[in-house]
Unconditional design. Structure first.
Length: 338
């Protein structure tokens, strides 16, 4: 029903309009008494897929990646669709509008998405208030970034503010230095600035209390850059890594080149990213210490895709573009396959 009726109707709207329409609709529908239980009975998680990772007990290994519920406005409702965990954000200390619209595009032939949202969010304070009213026991990750106006030399301060604000309302942290949509952000993935940033963030996190700290990286890194990141993570004893963010590459697309060019800059996600994401996961698993967790994200649409990531060394997987294309029954289908 989703692919034959609902998705075609949503795809009449541009991608960002469809996203906001879906949020508003779900918010309204879930106000109907008992609807949460009905949705959970159709789409909720299946038993027998529990997993212990980073000292946290996940109901299943399939999570919703950051960028879908940026402002922590819908995590209670989304938990009814079977996810084992939900990552909110990316959140910045101060609210920011993000990049000019249009900034979100579907590549239907490739079942992929280009976005240049630019960390649009309402800021940490509003999200913390919503997270404090959590009505579900689902595990929540907090994805943190820096404001666009914050220069890289002051970026650490923004990430520290994220940890300070969120430490009581999330279960783990993800430091995002890999979005291609904030100018110069990816420069923070270089060894020296990344070591300095993560050292301070980890020190604050340890002072506030033991909650897992992860790093999210780009798929476009060279082997040398990946080796540097492995060295940092092993040295600092971070709890895990999220691999990978969106790519700036446009190779291998079926969509007509002129259409892709017209969409402009931004990070590409979806099925097109599946192979590269798996390559990065496999490379990291061979080099990281055994107790460091990997969350794999990129091109996960089916149970087979999730199994591919896990066979490559991932402990958990996340979906984003796949949820747009596959619909609300996605997680349950994946769990049945697994």
């Amino acid at each position: 029903m989703y692919k034959s009726i609902i998705r075609p109707l949503l795809f009449v709207l541009n991608a960002e309009q469809a996203h906001h329409f879906t949020f508003k609709t779900l918010k309204w529908v879930f106000k109907i008494p008992g609807i949460g239980s009905v949705v959970h009975s159709f789409f909720g998680s299946l038993n027998g897929h529990e997993k212990e990772v980073m000292g946290l007990s996940f109901k299943n290994p399939i999570g919703l990646a950051a960028g879908f519920d940026k402002d922590a406005k819908l995590f209670n409702e989304l938990s009814a669709f079977g996810f084992g965990f939900i990552e909110i954000g990316t959140l910045t200390p101060q609210p920011q509008a993000g990049n000019p619209k249009p900034r979100l595009f579907r590549l239907v032939e490739d079942e992929s998405v280009i976005n240049r949202m630019g960390f649009n969010n309402g800021g940490l304070d509003e999200a913390v208030l919503r997270l404090a009213k959590k009505k579900t026991d689902i595990i929540i990750g907090g994805n943190i970034g820096k404001n666009k106006v914050t220069p890289n030399e002051d970026a650490t301060s923004d990430y520290l503010k994220g940890v300070q604000a969120l430490h009581k309302v999330v279960d783990y942290f993800v430091v995002n230095v890999s979005s291609p949509n904030t100018p110069n952000l990816r420069e923070l993935q270089e060894k020296e600035p990344l070591m300095a940033l993560l050292s301070e963030v980890k020190a604050l996190k340890d002072k506030l209390g033991s909650k897992p700290l992860m790093l999210k990286i780009a798929p476009d890194l060279t082997e040398g850059q990946l080796d540097d990141i492995v060295d940092i993570i092993n040295t600092l004893k971070l709890d895990g890594i999220v691999a990978t963010n969106t790519t700036i590459s446009r190779s291998g697309l079926k969509t007509a080149p002129q259409k892709v060019v017209a969409m402009g800059a931004g990070g590409l996600s979806g099925k097109i990213l599946r192979s590269r994401s798996t390559e990065v996961v496999r490379y990291l698993r061979e080099k990281l210490d055994d107790d460091i967790a990997i969350i794999a994200v990129g091109g996960v649409f089916t149970g087979e895709d999730a199994r591919e990531k896990m066979n490559a060394g991932a402990d958990l997987v996340q979906v984003w573009s796949g949820f747009l294309y596959e619909g609300p029954a996605m997680v349950r289908r994946m769990l049945r396959n697994l």
